[in-house]
Structures are given as structure tokens and as C-alpha cells.
Design a protein around this ligand. Structure first.
Ligand code: GLC
Length: 371
């Protein structure tokens, strides 16, 4: 709805005779979006001019010649307003190939009421503390005959699992920079991360279908219905949890994850070969402008990609603002390795196999540490 309103407003402001912008929706799952884009852009007949791209795909899309550099299409200095971290993924070989739209960070959502009920006064700061609190709150609910999950997160075999794994890896001593150098995960921290994540399933803290079915929305719906003590998710969940009619409205603490937060986020890019490249770049500039980003932050909980948009935000509409700032300090980027998509797929398949029990944590760590 927010996007439709934005586009409607933009179309009303277009000069007489200009073609109106049409909005097209893609499936929510980012891997399905990647398949859609690859098919459409690979065929050379993509039915769109401007596309919303996950930051981790930009290098690959650019290498395939699918993106139109924006430098000549935007007013000089446009890039300067964006936060350098968000811009890093969009600036390739001195060319700007996309404009950052929102910056994603892994956050911890905690059920304040349940934690206060077991004597905790604040969200946990370590993974061990999180597990203990989840276990205690779960036991209390069980004693009252209520089923309750401890921790929900994203563990299907897809990109989201790479993000969740990397957070555990970094929280347990792993260095993402070392992954870039070796093109593989460090064995010790990878093993610890696998043991921790598998432990969540084996101890019954995470639902049995975690590794087969849980992505962002599945975990959010479970947590929002009141079914879990903790959830790992991106900032977008905050606005939905606090929406009118949400069963957990007013009952959630948002904090930085224990240890590390994966940096994610989406960009707007113009398709190479688009006959309307200038109009598409103008639209990208509008959608990433300071007032629009502030509006999306307040309405959707999105974390802006430009520093000047923060000035307009107040924690009144965005109670998770402080958590975002803290999470940004401990943000880790996914490793910039050549052929990232294939690297990530090998990684999340190995992690998923350990979660499902078809590989032992040792075997999984061995596989992850092989370049
Ligand atoms: C979020 C992040 C994105 C990440 C995806 C994984 O959309 O912004 O960077 O790849 O989640 O599911």
C-alpha cells in the first residue's frame, strides 16, 4: 500500500504527456526474486525499467551487463548523501550502478512481557543468556499448558540462512574478513556456530520445521501471533508487530542481536538497455530522497540508506531506532567473494544439512572451511 501511494503521488506530479509509472510485485522470498530477475534480464526482454535489487546481487548483475551506470543520469553529487556503508555495494569500478534504498540489519525481537515474567529486566546480550531465558520462559508456558517456541529465525535453505549463520559465526569469534581472504569460513568459529544453531533445534528451543520452512515472513507470523519468546529478523518486522490489531503490540523489545548483525539492504537500479533510462533514474532519485525515506522509515520501519533522513526520524514512530544505531555498530557484511551467489548457496546448503541432521556439525564445518 505504501508503495502504491508513493507511485500514485509521483504519477500525479509528472508533466503532461509523460508515461505513468506502473508497479509490479515480485514474490516475497528473495531467492524467487533472483530467479525472476535472472530469467527476465537474461532474456534481454525484461518488462521493467527500474528494479529493486538486493545489495549482494549488484556485482553479479553488473558483471552480466544488466545494469545502467547512473553517474550521467543523476545530478552530480547525488551519491554523497548516502551512507558510505550502503553505497559500498553500489559503487563498482568507480561507477554508480544503483542507489541504496534501505539498509537492513539483523535485530533481536524479545517478548518483553514474558521476559519480565521470568525476572529479566532487559533483552539478552549474549547467545548463552538468550538460550537460558528462552528455556525458562518456555518451561513456564508449558507448565501452564501453553505451547511456546523459544527462538524463531530463518533457516530454510536460502540466502536468509547465510545471514543467520554469519551472525552466529561472527558472534562466536569468526572474522568475515578472513572469509574474504580464504574464500571459505574459518573452521573453528564455523563449528561453534553450527553447534549453537543445531542446539536450538535439538533442545526444542526452535520449532521442528525451522530448517524446512522458516524464512522472514514465516518467523514473523509465528512471533506476531504470540508463539515465540525471541525472534531474529530485519527492521521491517518492527512496524508490523506494532500495527493496530497485532497480538504483540506494546509487548516487544527491539535490540541489537547478541554479538553481530548481518548488513543487508536493497537498491534501485536501472536496467541496461531501457529506452526510459532517464525517467527510471529520476524515479530512483525520488524514491530514495530524504522525505520519502523518512516516510518509509516511519510507515514500514525501514532503516534509511541516507544519513540526512535520520534527522527527520523520531523514536516516537520508530521505537527501534536506538536498536538500529547499536546494530549498525556491530554490522558485518556478507563476504565479498567472486561468484557470491554460488558461494552462499554452497554455504547455506551445508548449514541446512547440519540443521536437518544429515551432516554432523564437524562434517559441516569441514565443508564450510573448504574453499
Ligand atoms: C533481507 C536483506 C537482504 C538479504 C535477505 C535474505 O531482505 O535485506 O540483503 O539477502 O534479507 O533473505
Amino acid at each position: 500500500v505504501a508503495f502504491k501511494e508513493l507511485i500514485d503521488a509521483y504519477n500525479r506530479g509528472l508533466p503532461e504527456g509523460a508515461a505513468p509509472v506502473e508497479l509490479r510485485a515480485l514474490p516475497a522470498d528473495s531467492d524467487l526474486q533472483l530467479q525472476n530477475y535472472s530469467a527476465a534480464l537474461g532474456s534481454g526482454r525484461a518488462p521493467f525499467d527500474l528494479l529493486r535489487v538486493d545489495g549482494i546481487w549488484l556485482a553479479d548483475f553488473d558483471a552480466k551487463g544488466w545494469l545502467q551506470p547512473l553517474d550521467a543520469l543523476l545530478p552530480a553529487g547525488t551519491a554523497k548523501s548516502f551512507s558510505p556503508r550502503a553505497l559500498a555495494a553500489a559503487r563498482l569500478q568507480q561507477r554508480l550502478v544503483a542507489l541504496p534504498w534501505n539498509v537492513d540489519l539483523g535485530l533481536l525481537y524479545s517478548r518483553k512481557d514474558l521476559l519480565l515474567g521470568v525476572g529479566a529486566k532487559a533483552p539478552p546480550r549474549t547467545l548463552a543468556e538468550m538460550k537460558d531465558l528462552a528455556r525458562t520462559a518456555q518451561a513456564k508456558a508449558r507448565a501452564q499448558g501453553r505451547p511456546l517456541a523459544g527462538v524463531v529465525w530463518q533457516a530454510k535453505a536460502y540466502e536468509g540462512l547465510t545471514c543467520n549463520f554469519m551472525e552466529a559465526y561472527a558472534a562466536l569469534g569468526g572474522s568475515p574478513a578472513a572469509v574474504e581472504r580464504a574464500q571459505a569460513w574459518e573452521r573453528g568459529p564455523a563449528l561453534k556456530a553450527l553447534q549453537h544453531l543445531r542446539g536450538l533445534l535439538q533442545d526444542g528451543l526452535s520449532p521442528a520445521n525451522t530448517a524446512t520452512e522458516l524464512a522472514e515472513e514465516e518467523s514473523r507470523l509465528l512471533f506476531q501471533s504470540g508463539g515465540a519468546v525471541f525472534m531474529r529478523n530485519w527492521p521491517y518486522a518492527a512496524a508490523l508487530l506494532e500495527a493496530e490489531g497485532s497480538p504483540v503490540k506494546g509487548k516487544v523489545w527491539v535490540s541489537a542481536l547478541p554479538g553481530a548483525s548481518t548488513l543487508g539492504g536493497w537498491h534501485l537500479a536501472v536496467r541496461a538497455g531501457s529506452p526510459r533510462a532517464q525517467a527510471a533514474a529520476d524515479l530512483a532519485a525520488y524514491l530514495t530522497s530524504q522525505p520519502v525515506q523518512a516516510q518509509l522509515a516511519q510507515r514500514l520501519g525501514w532503516n534509511p540508506s541516507r544519513d540526512d533522513a535520520y534527522a527527520r526520524l523520531s523514536s516516537e514512530g520508530m521505537p527501534h531506532l536506538a536498536a538500529l544505531r547499536r546494530a549498525l555498530k556491530q554490522a558485518v557484511s556478507r563476504p565479498r567473494v567472486a561468484g557470491y551467489a554460488a558461494f552462499s548457496e554452497r554455504s547455506y546448503q551445508a548449514v541446512n544439512a547440519v540443521l536437518l541432521g544429515s551432516l554432523s556439525p564437524d562434517e559441516g564445518a569441514e565443508r564450510l572451511s573448504r574453499p
